[in-house]
Design a protein around this ligand. Sequence first.
Ligand SMILES: Cc1cc2nc3c(=O)[nH]c(=O)nc-3n(C[C@H](O)[C@H](O)[C@H](O)COP(=O)(O)OP(=O)(O)OC[C@H]3O[C@@H](n4cnc5c(N)ncnc54)[C@H](O)[C@@H]3O)c2cc1C
Length: 562
Amino acid sequence: MEEGRDPDVRLGRVGATASAAAECEVLVIGGGTTGVGVARDAAMRGFSVILVERGDLATGTTGRFHGLLHSGGRYAVKDPQAARECIGENVILRRIASDCIEDTGGLFVTTPIDNPDYADRFVVACQDTGIPVEEIPVAEALRREPRLNPRITRAFVVPDATIDAWKTVWTCARSATDYGARILPYHEVITVTRDGDRVTGIVASRPDGGQVQIRAQVTVNAAGAWGGRIAALAGCQVQISPGKGIMVAANHRLVQTVVNRCEMPADGDILVPIRTVSVIGTTDIPTEDPDHWEITRAEINQMLESGENLVPGFAAGRMMRVWGGVRPLFQDDAPAETRDVTRAHAVLDHRKRDGVAGFLTITGGKLCTFRLMAQDVVDAVCIVLGTTRASRTADEPLPDSQGHHFYQLGSRLAEREASLLDEQLICECELVRRGRLEAEMGRRPAPSLDDLRRALRLGMGPCQGGFCMFRATGILHQMKHLSAAEADQALMAFLEERWKGVYPLLHSDQLRQAWLDDWIFQGVLDVEHLPQAAPAQPQGTEPPQTQPQETEPQETPTGRAT
Ligand SMILES: Cc1cc2nc3c(=O)[nH]c(=O)nc-3n(C[C@H](O)[C@H](O)[C@H](O)COP(=O)(O)OP(=O)(O)OC[C@H]3O[C@@H](n4cnc5c(N)ncnc54)[C@H](O)[C@@H]3O)c2cc1C
């Protein structure tokens, strides 16, 4: 590998100069599960690797998904290829990423609104695609899940589970850097450089306002729903049909098992228990622009009604938050309905498609198939580079998963109880200790409070930051030597992001909570009238070298949606 001219790039930090350069064999665009999976696989095969991501890692669709490690049952009838990929990867991820997974198990239930004939087709399709499936008596299903709709007529057990996307991404990134990869968050690709018919790398903007040029022998486009745009920068065409979906979190764990309707995939047909909450989702609406879309009242009502069908009384419960994400659905001839697009993935070699060498796109797929997607595209990289190197990601566990222990609900509480009086608690809802918060702040050059939220779950509980965020802001101010105006700005930015996901759901107890938060921030602190600096530029970070992140994907804000 030729070293870059800016040594700081290697460390994933911002260089001191306004422009910098680096070189690698494999350049990866996109820091979601797919991108970090590619970076890890390629680095493990001995390639020199750089990954660029325009925001923090996992701020794209990965950080906005539904939390489900699919068994494949959902796709068994409609999309057998996707179902086979899901069950294959389900088995592998349980082995290599156990620390990121809670083994909740899954149920498919025939509810009063489902076609009763579907269940028999479902069983046959599961058997055909290799998904373990077992019918259990309805009484047994209701014993396991007492809040389930008592009018269900059939119930099937499958190996669904939940997977923590943020933990998965951070631990993959950490493993990739252990193998020598360089991970550059807050680096946005603005140009894909070409020499005639060959892609030679990229130019990316840096968080300090400068730019970095990265030359690569092969560039892999893993930009998810933004993949079409990256391809266009290279003069290639990739038809992505972004499919927007929303999810609503109730502040209790109403079920302990992932519960699916036993029916063709539809809206609002899965209830996922994630940590202490339950998440109903999702919708699937074609959208033009993955950066600009809205969550409508009708969609929220649809989710509440869907939850009611699975768990009577759901809609009257305390709803904590709504958010959404955009699926990177790929099909050469885009159909009208995005649910008709296969959930299987595709590797595109642009030399064959567009006559442009040195450029590959990995697209489609699911979060739970990210490892396979990475393996397939790095196999294609090997072909382009004329070498044969086998993938080892199916066998080598991720850091923190060597012990093959699944995540257990309550582990954070157990840790806290062991040292109850030793340390200040900053976030009561999520049990975030001061030491842990300071360690995370120390690891990042200039973290936003939202970056800290993703890393630690800070402010993600029922009070949505009401009690912890002024404390966290004070600590950030002290540790990072912010001016008062900069600290005010950081707090306001966080509150505005949180508010987007809270206000569409305000009623009952959550409305009382929001009113209390408002008294704290407006009544006591008068945040809107504090002097504020211009928005701070978040800066790069290295994947954590310390403890695994206790994070959860479901609470990300609606982002750029309104
Ligand atoms: C509502 C919803 C629910 C879902 N639920 C599930 C589920 O339960 N289980 C499951 O397995 N899958 C689920 N999925 C699918 C899954 O979330 C996605 O397939 C997966 O997260 C895609 O990951 P990715 O890395 O390919 O894309 P992303 O996570 O979107 O990563 C692409 C990255 O590219 C970056 N990028 C874009 N432009 C640039 C640029 N110019 N320069 C640098 N970086 C750039 C983006 O910031 C982004 O971080 C769901 C999807 C949606 C929308």
